[in-house]
Unconditional design. Structure first.
Length: 283
């Protein structure tokens, strides 16, 4: 391409225009990735979980792994951000809505179930995964249905409603054992101190797929609830919402979604649902 000489006046005008644009900052992305959603900024901040193997996990070397991480990385790429431009932000369940409204993150992919209550505060792209509450049991367990948990010990994490839901709806004589975290429940299941662990099947599959547990556990496949995971964005940010939905559709069509499911959940023999349609919420 040929270069043309520019007059001094034109050059001065160009410098002034660029300076004004840089100072304004409202039309472009910023360090939080919280601009118009067009990508191309220096960084994009994405909220994930740091403590869920197979979904969102901060590894000992400081890297991140999991299905939510893979989905968010793909989406960020479609928005114009390379992996090294992503800043992963730990986002606790109780702070997800606030993190988006404050602008701490551009989007959140953190086993974020789409509910009517949450939709009052944030917008959701997706869903990108349909999960279900399920049971994790030993490989040779004879527990095949929820009612089999009567007189059995059922573990869940303190503060979770999963175990109580099973007791209320299926197995009133189940003995609930609440622990501080899923790793504690897995250790109890491994030792025989409890008979089953319950939460979302995607979370169970992620833990069971860890190297130290491979081949020891299985999912019962009971589908005790429907959990539609979506990517949360700030309420009213339609530009980002539309681009994230387009990216999710592309991820499914080019089979990257299937690859991510297999790599993150495959070792636990996770029988995943087909990729959900955008906007199709399963009640």
């Amino acid at each position: 391409m040929k270069l043309r000489k520019v007059s001094a006046a034109a050059a001065t005008a160009l410098v002034l225009a660029l300076t004004a644009t840089a100072c304004g900052g409202d039309d472009g992305g910023d360090s939080n990735g919280s601009g118009s959603g067009s990508g191309g900024g220096d960084k994009i901040k994405i909220g994930i979980k740091y403590d869920q193997p197979g979904l969102g996990l901060k590894e000992p070397d400081g890297s991140f792994s999991g299905f939510d991480v893979d989905v968010a990385t793909y989406v960020a790429k479609e928005l114009g951000y390379e992996p090294d431009q992503i800043e992963w932000v730990e986002t606790k369940s109780a702070d997800r809505e606030n993190a988006l409204s404050r602008g701490d993150v551009k989007m959140i992919a953190a086993t974020y179930s789409i509910t009517d209550e949450r939709k009052q505060k944030v917008d959701f792209a997706g869903p990108y995964l349909l999960a279900h509450q399920d049971l994790l049991v030993k490989k040779d367990s004879d527990i095949t249905k929820a009612t089999d948990l009567n007189e059995k010990k059922l573990c869940s994490v303190a503060g979770s409603t999963s175990a109580q839901n099973v007791k209320d709806d299926f197995a009133p004589k189940a003995q609930l054992d609440q622990r501080g975290g899923y790793s504690e429940c897995l250790a109890a299941l491994q030792s025989g101190a409890v008979d089953a662990l319950t939460t979302d099947d995607s979370i169970l599959a992620g833990y069971a797929a860890q190297e130290q547990y491979k081949g020891q556990f299985k999912l019962a496949g009971l589908k005790l609830s429907n959990e539609n995971y979506g990517i949360g964005v700030k309420k009213g940010d339609k530009a980002t919402l539309d681009k994230v939905n387009a990216a999710l559709e592309k991820m499914v069509s080019d089979k990257s979604w299937d690859k991510a499911v297999t790599e993150n959940f495959g070792p636990a023999n996770y029988k995943n649902e087909p990729a959900p349609k955008i906007g199709q919420i399963v009640q």
